[in-house]
Design a protein around this ligand. Structure first.
Ligand code: ZN
Length: 256
């Protein structure tokens, strides 16, 4: 049994055929899902989906791209829900290019402020964090080291680097997704064997980051299988061993 620990089922791209997507997922052995909070506008939809499906859970959080729409009160309204398992995805993303130096400084300031507040929220309610990091490894690590509690969390690892490996010692897990199957994923393939096995989690980040050979199409939780196959191959484990380890890791971190 596989858990897709990061899948945006509340994305409008699934509105029409969500039940079909979940059916295909279950058929592929992917029977539980965690919907991370990203756009505050679809949080209620995520709660609704989690309430309607036994294997479905959600997290409350605001993606760095939506940092300007951050509203702690909205997150607090749902954080005590029995199906809320984490805070996130929150973090830093410096990929988006901005016009001027002042705008970049201001964007970084807002992202950091909103990230730190969500780290505090997780600590306050004793929830693990789901962390999004893109081209901001050093700053993210600094903030996590300064503010995160013992509960740790998972790093959304699509541009994993050696810097972030240090976080394994601080209770952090690594979400491995479709990027691992990309032909040009040299960096992640290189870092992957150095991630301790007891820190690996499987995630699709669907509808984004569709694994090979379906790249370019909408991603689906069923494709966790393709990711797990690649992980097993690179770990020198059988598919059953690898998915068993990840299942146990998921239970340890999220309590599901
Ligand atoms: Zn995501």
């Amino acid at each position: 049994m596989i858990v897709d620990t990061h899948v945006h089922l509340d994305d409008p791209r699934y509105t029409k055929d969500l039940e079909e997507v979940l059916r295909r997922s279950v058929e592929a052995g992917v029977t539980q899902w965690i919907i991370p909070g990203a756009d505050p506008g679809t949080l209620e939809r995520a709660v609704e989906i989690a309430e309607a499906h036994e294997g479905c859970y959600f997290a409350v959080g605001v993606h760095p791209y939506d940092a300007r729409n951050y509203d702690r009160k909205l997150l607090e309204r749902y954080i005590g829900h029995e199906k809320c398992v984490a805070v996130g995805e929150c973090g830093l993303d410096y990929y988006r290019l901005l016009e001027s130096e002042e705008e970049i400084v201001e964007e970084k300031r807002i992202q950091k402020e909103v990230f730190v507040d969500q780290i505090a929220l997780a600590k306050e309610y004793d929830k693990p964090l789901i962390v999004h990091i893109r081209e901001a490894s050093r700053d993210s690590q600094e903030l996590l080291e300064s503010y995160a509690g013992k509960r740790g969390g998972v790093l959304h690892c699509y541009n994993a680097d050696h810097q972030l490996l240090q976080m394994a010692e601080r209770g952090f897990y690594y979400g491995i997704g479709g990027v691992l199957t990309f032909k040009n994923a040299r960096k992640l393939v290189e870092v992957y064997p150095r991630i301790p096995r007891e820190r690996l989690l499987i995630e699709t980040d669907a509808p984004y980051l569709t694994p090979h050979p379906f790249r370019g199409q909408r991603n689906e939780p069923a494709y966790c299988r393709i990711i797990a196959e690649k992980m097993a191959e690179l770990s020198g484990l059988s598919f059953e061993e690898l998915t068993g380890i990840c299942r146990e890791n998921t239970r340890r971190l999220f309590g599901i």
